[in-house]
Design a protein around this ligand. Structure first.
Ligand code: PLP
Length: 441
């Protein structure tokens, strides 16, 4: 009773911004609204449209066993066969019989949902087994699952700042939005170093108090440009200044290294990474995210991170599917070789056709357009006239003026598909005169 009275309507309760919003929402039923909510939302959408970066999602039906083919439904309800050229299911594992079989079996055995947060009742056998498998993959003592890679980054980076008071974070300027969100939410001191610029990183590290706790946060494969960080160089610097290393291998896990543990494995520096963060939604083909690190780090994050504690855990079928996928990926380096070969072939073919393929050291094949409206238009024409599905990549995913098409060929994209794609792109660039379209106001 005492507790209840304390909670009801104190000034601090009603003055909280979220409570004020609640009262305003109730006010929308008034005949004379005090605030035009609808207009505010419409203005926000119109702004995006005016900048030519309004996003339209293709309505696609994936057909099991047919990857990368899919069936698109047009607005009029008619259907079209398309080839998906922009999936982050990089190896087609989302369609793999081993993964589907494991998911189906676990669904039958354990049911649909996890039943709660990990703390309440959501820990299932396949989640525990998956964490052990992931820890071993990255040669770490422990791993911790999250509901997505985004949540893993956001929750961990926020929590590290709570766990290490005074932590100074050094973050690569092109780090993913989820890392930026986590670093910002932590509220501590942060410094942004120029992308992949180790001289700049060193200058910032050297300027910080020597005895302050420090963390260098960076990615291995940068997914929009396709470049790869200098892991060895970054680790050496971090060691010199006694900083922890936090590496996002979201676009590398499953794809690089002898067993697919990522660029850190490929470069022989697994031990130099203190905390690795990955997704289960891209090369692994399912969904979810995780960190792997020393047991004490994982235990501390597990005990303190809101984004882990207060959310329903991944369903058992999903963790079982991810486990089957990881085991498959570990044992099949030939998939990774085929993947690299396909990416190299597409880059070479685009370049030979005179298309502005951007320099990329990885499996990502970006083609520069440099204008949001043109990028959207090319993407629409590729889809409608050629059955090629590639989403336009606009701000805020990439800086304004660097809009592009981003191709992600998989081992299943065969030569005939590439012939069709290159011919379609060549035709568009030649006949539409893309580079010289009138500038958009
Ligand atoms: N980190 C990077 C670099 C990403 O590109 C993404 C997603 O695209 C994420 C993290 C988030 O991963 P997830 O899609 O599992 O939320």
């Amino acid at each position: 009773m005492k507790g209840l009275r304390r909670f009801v309507r104190s000034d601090s309760w009603t003055n909280r911004p979220d409570r004020r919003i609640t009262r305003q929402v109730f006010a929308t039923g008034r005949a004379d609204p005090l605030y035009d909510y609808k207009a505010a939302f419409q203005t926000a959408v119109e702004q995006v449209k005016g900048e030519g970066r309004y996003r339209v999602f293709a309505d696609l039906k994936r057909v099991r066993g047919q990857f990368p083919r899919a069936v698109r439904r047009r607005e009029d309800g008619s259907e079209q066969d398309v080839i998906v050229w922009c999936s982050n299911d990089y190896l087609g594992m989302g369609q793999h019989p081993a993964v589907i079989g494991a998911m189906r079996a676990e669904l039958e055995a354990a049911g649909a949902g996890a039943g709660g947060t990990r703390n309440i009742s959501g820990t299932t056998r396949s989640a525990v087994d998956l964490e052990a498998e992931l820890a071993a993959w990255h040669r770490k003592e422990a791993a911790l699952l999250f509901t997505s890679g985004y949540v893993a980054n956001e929750a961990t980076l926020t929590t590290l700042q709570r766990l290490l008071p005074g932590l100074i974070v050094f973050s690569d300027s092109l780090n993913h939005a989820s890392m930026i969100a986590g670093i910002r939410n932590g509220g501590g001191e942060r410094h942004i170093y120029a992308h992949n610029d180790l001289e700049h990183l060193e200058a910032l590290l050297a300027a910080a108090p020597a005895d302050a706790p420090k963390l260098v946060a960076f990615e291995s494969v940068y997914s929009m440009d396709g470049d790869i960080a200098d892991l060895g160089g970054t680790i050496a610097l971090a060691r010199r200044y006694d900083a922890l290393t936090y590496l996002d291998e979201v676009h590398a896990v499953g794809l690089y290294g002898e067993t697919g543990a990522g660029v850190a494995e490929r470069d022989g520096v697994l031990d130099g990474i203190d905390i690795v963060e990955c997704t289960l939604g891209k090369a692994v083909g399912v969904m979810g995210g995780y960190i792997a690190a020393d047991a004490v780090i994982v235990d501390a994050v597990r005990s303190w991170a809101s984004g882990f504690i207060f959310t329903t855990s991944l369903p058992p079928a999903l963790t079982a599917g991810a486990l089957a996928s990881v085991r498959w990926l570990k044992a099949h380096p030939e998939l990774r070789a085929a993947h690299q070969q396909r990416a190299a072939t597409l880059k070479a073919r685009f370049a030979a056709a005179g298309l502005p393929v951007m320099p990329s050291e990885s499996h990502i094949v970006p083609v520069f357009v440099g204008d949001p409206v043109h990028t959207r238009m090319i993407s629409d024409l590729l889809l409608e006239e050629h059955g090629v599905y590639v989403q336009p990549i606009n701000y805020p995913t990439v800086p304004r003026g660097t809009e592009r098409l981003r191709f992600t060929p998989s081992p299943d994209h065969d030569d005939a598909m590439m012939d069709d794609l290159v011919a379609a792109m060549d035709r568009l660039w030649t006949h539409c005169n893309v580079a010289r379209l009138p500038a958009v106001a």
